[in-house]
Design a protein around this ligand. Sequence first.
Ligand SMILES: *[C@@H]1O[C@H](CO)[C@@H](O)[C@H](O)[C@H]1NC(C)=O
Ligand SMILES: *[C@@H]1O[C@H](CO)[C@@H](O)[C@H](O)[C@H]1NC(C)=O
Ligand SMILES: O=C(O)CCC(=O)C(=O)O
Length: 371
Amino acid sequence: MALEFDATILSRAPVIPPQFVWPADEASPAAVGEIAIPVIDLAAFLSGSGDFSGADHFAAACERHGFFQIVNHGVDPALLAEAYRSMDAFYALPLAEKQRAKRRLGENHGYAGSFTGRFESRLPWKETMSFNCSDAPENASKVVDYFVSVLGEEYRQMGEVWQEYCDVMTRLALDVTDLLAVGLGLGRGALRGFFAGGDSVMRLNNYPPCRQPHLTLGTGPHRDPTSLTLLHQDLVGGLQVFVGGEWRAVRPREDAFVVNIGDTFAALVDGRHASCLHRAVVNGAAARRSLTFFLNPPLDRVVSPPQGLLVAKDGGAINRKYPGFTWREFLEFTQKHYRSDTNTMEAFVDWIKQGRRGAQFHGDAGQAEKN
Ligand SMILES: *[C@@H]1O[C@H](CO)[C@@H](O)[C@H](O)[C@H]1NC(C)=O
Ligand SMILES: *[C@@H]1O[C@H](CO)[C@@H](O)[C@H](O)[C@H]1NC(C)=O
Ligand SMILES: O=C(O)CCC(=O)C(=O)O
């Protein structure tokens, strides 16, 4: 019988099931140092001036580790508070109720208790609820419709909270693409068209306490295959980023979103920016929650760098670092052929070069929760 991730039972288990035990060199050591990731104040930029503070550190951070924070982003703290209340209400439901939204194999949406259906080892110590969001006008109530269709009419209000949250995240993520475009010397708005009408995804992460926190991981090391992630973590802390050969903790800030660059965005900007390697650890005392919004282009849009990035300083053409591909192809690759880990994009590029055939499912490597 498949192992069920029942948070109320597992969080009290003195010995965790072996499926959750990670190899010693990958699990979380007792203490890691903090990293000072740049904090970008968006107030002036969003009001249209085109300026933003912290620009010097910003460019270096995008190139080095693909990770920064934004403050004065305009998201109403009341909406965030409402989102956390709604997430708590969802996770407080009995397991059987949550499983009415159960994520099925090969799907990217629904409730997943630690992915026990897809992988058998190195399971992440968490439960997640994921759903699609779209900024296409005809799909303006997509999130509400999803909650009502999988959980029932009683969940309409919950769906409305997430609809609003996703709409706000979509707008903010598009503003962040402007920030990144300006940082790359492209015009403001140069990257927006790529994402218009996109198939973005929202995920609510719940990490129950764990009595053996150093044996496991909440989210294994990975780069997001998606384009840009806007992450909000509660004040418990647990997000870590790999920089300069070591893991470093990102101190939570209630007023900030962490932005991390994913594989698809790195390919879109021809490798000018790094796709960020990160993970989340769990702890012995407190449950931890995070909210992740993954900005994506439409499934069939071809990922190909803007012309402005393919011209060298001397005017010559630059050889592209990645072959053209669609987000659908890459998404399917991560769902059917490869368990996302630190080298997903390299494996995908090899797979394309070998004629898009014959890739085996690398079920052993990396972590489980991506798509
Ligand atoms: C969500 O989006 C994915 C692709 O991004 C698609 O395969 C899936 O069918 C969508 N699910 C729903 C419920 O809209
Ligand atoms: C709107 O949602 C439907 C159903 O999920 C999907 O088939 C369609 O492609 C979506 N339209 C856009 C423009 O995203
Ligand atoms: O919970 C976190 O801080 C990280 C979550 C994450 O990396 C993910 O959901 O992909």
